[in-house]
Design a protein. Structure first.
Length: 369
């Protein structure tokens, strides 16, 4: 049996119409939004709360946790709010929950003077500089893993974790699927591209997020029960499960954020098909940074990327067979035929309005169908 989950990061404009980030916005401001959202007691222990207690609901503030010299969390400069779903046995079920959670967040955020907007990279800033500088405890913690060493990057990026697991898989099989998804990642992620802005203007490509994170952050992550099964790589491919619900989970982390949640449904169907597929032979423990960056710049306009995307789509379609989720792939097939990504629509709006903020205001549909 399959299980699906989605973690979706949301950016905001503030009352003044400016992009809300770790400089302009306090943890407390976003905290008032989260405090007004419901708590579902039945979500636990399926959802992880974490040592700092920030991840207490389906919605939580995403930021960079700051510690004192004794290891106690004392601050968290925020970048936005993350929505995470519970686990579902169907793709439609998990996407429906995400839609409901997003509409609740939108309502509470608007009441607080914040408008949810879609971007996958900060449209203006290029770096996160901790203020005050990291203390000795934080510096030691930062160098404790490949992901923590590159933890400043997520303060600028907004992207989903698309979670999938299949009951009964051995750890070796879970690792091989994660390696497979890492290899084919440059062909999968163009369907989601939504970061055409950099330093306040169009940068000339489709996903600056992919350019900035690939090679330093994983494309896929496999969660394992036994420490002995973990692989050493940089960035990491495997991680020790922190909850029983995480054992066997594969997180696909390379996609940009999507305003149209139907794309998430289609991407989960694609991942499901690739889990079931037995024909694709490519494997990689770490992402190919150069090829990801080529994909990020040109997307389906590059013949090799388009051909690779068609290969993975066809493999997934064949593996799913008569499964009703195969129909979800039609959206991706249409995008590939037209060689378009969500970033193309964002660029067209920007060219019509001349404003990043006006473009971002148009990013989410008023109501997810």
């Amino acid at each position: 049996m399959f299980r699906f989950g989605i973690e979706h990061e949301v950016a905001f404009l503030n009352r003044a119409g400016q992009f809300a980030d770790f400089v302009s916005t306090s943890f407390a401001e976003f905290g008032r939004i989260v405090a007004d959202l419901p708590l579902y007691e039945g979500d636990y222990p399926q959802l992880r709360i974490g040592d700092a207690g920030i991840k207490h609901k389906r919605w939580y503030i995403e930021g960079y946790e700051r510690f004192n010299s004794d290891g106690k969390v004392i601050d968290c400069p925020p970048k936005g709010i993350e929505i995470r779903t519970t686990l579902h046995s169907t793709i439609c079920g998990v996407v429906d929950e995400l839609k409901t959670s997003f509409q609740l967040l939108r309502e509470k955020a608007l009441n607080a003077g914040f408008m949810p907007v879609l971007t996958s990279f900060h449209p203006y800033r290029t770096a996160f500089v901790p203020d005050p500088p990291l203390n000795a405890y934080e510096e030691k913690r930062r160098h404790s893993s490949p992901e923590k060493r590159s933890a400043f990057i997520p303060l600028l990026t907004y992207g989903p974790d698309l979670n999938i697991s299949l009951e009964g898989l051995h750890s070796n099989s879970v690792i091989e699927i994660a390696r497979k998804l890492t290899y084919y990642s440059p062909y999968i992620i163009p369907f989601s591209y939504s970061s055409p802005f950099f330093q306040g203007e169009l940068w000339g490509g489709l996903s600056i997020r992919t350019v900035m994170r690939t090679g330093r952050r994983p494309a896929a992550m496999a969660f394992l029960a036994d420490r002995a099964d973990l692989l050493e790589s940089d960035p990491s491919l495997t991680k020790l499960a922190r909850l029983p619900a995480e054992v066997g989970r594969i997180e696909f982390k390379a996609c940009d954020s999507c305003a149209d949640f139907a794309i998430y449904a289609a991407l989960l169907a694609l991942l499901k098909g690739l889990v079931l597929d037995t024909t694709l032979a490519g494997r990689a423990t770490v992402p190919d940074a150069g090829f990801h960056q080529l994909s990020a710049r040109e997307g389906f306009a590059h013949d090799d990327i388009a051909a690779g995307a068609l290969t993975v789509l066809q493999a997934a379609q064949h593996a799913l067979g008569a499964d009703e989720d195969a129909q979800l792939l039609m959206l991706l097939a249409a995008m590939l035929r037209q060689r378009v990504t969500p970033a193309h629509s964002m660029m067209a709006t920007f060219q019509a309005t001349g404003s990043i903020e006006a473009t971002l205001r148009c990013s989410y549909p008023v109501q997810q169908d």
